[in-house]
Design a protein around this ligand. Sequence first.
Ligand SMILES: Cc1cc2nc3c(=O)[nH]c(=O)nc-3n(C[C@H](O)[C@H](O)[C@H](O)COP(=O)(O)O)c2cc1C
Length: 418
Amino acid sequence: MKDDLHYMPIKIGEVELKNPFVVASGPTTKRVDQLELAEREGWAAASIKLTMIPDPYINYEPRYRWLKKEKLHTFTAEYRLEMEQGLRLVEAARRKCREIVIIANYSCVEPDLEGWQDAARRFEAAGAQMLELNFCCPNMSFNVDVLSQGKKEGRPSSGASMGDDENFVRLVTEKTREVTSLPVIVKITPEGGRIAEVSKAAYDAGATAVCSAGNRLGIPSIDVWNYKKPIYHLQGENTMGALSGPWIKPLALRDVFEIRRLVGPGPSIIGTGGVASWEDAVEMMMCGADSIGVCTQTMLSGFSFLEKWMKPLKEYMRKMGFQRAKDLRDLLLEEIKPATDLTIWAGYAQVDLTKCSSCGLCVEIGHCNAIVMTDDGAQVDSEGCQGCSTCIDICTKKAITMVETGQVIMRDDINICV
Ligand SMILES: Cc1cc2nc3c(=O)[nH]c(=O)nc-3n(C[C@H](O)[C@H](O)[C@H](O)COP(=O)(O)O)c2cc1C
């Protein structure tokens, strides 16, 4: 179904995707009807729900919360696939879907690597077009590790528990490469704080792409009046949650940026985490992603929004003079400067008194004493104003703007203790 609107091809290794949009592994990729629908709605690829090998040792009916105000999704309990279910899903998807590229996402707890290799062979035989090694899931053994102050001998280790160990990631990737000719995606975790180094190890071992997971483990809001009761419905205890959705985007952009900076322009990156609009996707590509994984947004609103993204995305590209998705890639790599290299312009805030409502919010700003309230409204002492711009964001009437005086402030001139 190669309609023009959804056609914006990119490549992951040798595999051409008709556009950069991949349904990231999760609850919207665990049934074949979901994959068929994603295909009908123009998605280029889908990574099926995690298959655990051996069978999942933590498996529940799902418990999710979408915290609208925080733009944060969190989940605790989740259902994973057993090997046979994963294989059947891939087989059925290949029978029923014609165009969407099917990615098998799996994680293995076997320390001897046999399980990883066996899974690669079996998913290839089932018809998977790409393999995705899951070193990212933070909500199984990693959750237990964090709450038990570390990994323990004898306890199963999967997903993010292994994702900070570049030697292990390298080894599994190499061993997988030995038994398959399929492209291998390594889905990595930011939890170990070394996402770029681990990615490099994966590429060095022959990975075709890395997928940056975005997901972090955290403690979402607590009801302080009833702190023993979790915010999740139908769940007895509080626990950590795997966080995703728009809240996570700034961190996910950084993950992609760090990987791209370290590994250079060659390797493919599937940037994932918090993408909820076509603009988010553009930002992700500008930071270094070739393609874009989306999970939470598909949970909240299905697959049909892709059409609403493609139209303005194409229009944007036309206006900006970009021909191909690839033209967006890496545009921010040289733009994001170290803190030592910033140009800071001198300037001060000014208030448009015709818009000021005299609410006094700007006067309350704790780090600033340059704003006072007069009978006419808020007034800024331009000499005392440091130009931080917090007042612009606090003002509900859009009454404050910055006046740039043109002079560059050198760091030596600033005495923050005055
Ligand atoms: C409920 C839920 C289940 C998920 N299950 C998986 C999974 O089985 N395998 C996997 O690699 N990632 C899984 N993820 C992670 C997503 O694929 C994605 O990397 C992450 O949520 C960040 O992207 P997003 O903000 O678009 O959701 C899951 C995410 C959520 C929210």
